[in-house]
Design a protein around this ligand. Sequence first.
Ligand code: ADP
Ligand code: MG
Length: 227
Amino acid sequence: SHERLLRSERFAAVGEAAAYVSHEIKNPLMVIGGFARQLERNPEVSQTASSKLRIIIDEVRRLENFLGELRDFTRPAPPFKQEADLNELVQDVAAMMGEATQEMGVKIETKLANTLPLVNFDANQMKQVLINLVKNALEATDSGGVITISTSAWEDQVRLSVTDTGKGIQPEIMPQIFNPFFTTKKTGTGLGLAVINKIIEDHNGAITVESSKDRGTTFTISLPCQS
Ligand code: ADP
Ligand code: MG
């Protein structure tokens, strides 16, 4: 199945509330995490207390991570675009994520176009897009799987795809995957694809997804060469 999933700003109100809540929670969380780490290092702390502190520290980190994703989602700054080569960004991210994926028994491969026209994009934001796609691919793929990042030029567009050999996306949930907070994961935030969608919109691009059960998923992003 092939579905077009470009959305307009349907979630502005959610975003504003989220930014406010995130701001209010950040500082108390830093205090909790800081004291917990300090206590954990104290040799007088008992074994039971220490194992509970570990849980506090891990959960605080999970919340901080969530707030980070929430901040990306609500980031009001417009993209700072510069003409650049998307292949270079792909190589950076592949190298950066390679270690983490290798640890999970998943290989990252790149299939890059020999030459790509330059495109206007915000390097940090596009890096975020690619990282989120690779993270999702990794989370859907068992050991022995492969994640392929490819680039190509097509008409007046540059295309970037992330393909995995993972479990696929069920057609029933396909219409929801870009919604903020939609997740099928136990500790997911449901913000990865929402962030991607917003960034791609800000770049006048489009994102499509093709998936089949147990065979894998491909997310494809197209960016206009002139924008
Ligand atoms: P999260 O990763 O926190 O769940 P995302 O917005 O990144 O949030 O993804 C939303 C949902 O889309 C995931 O929970 C998952 O069900 C589905 N999904 C996204 N990418 C993939 C993929 N590569 N393979 C299978 N399912 C995916
Ligand atoms: Mg995700």
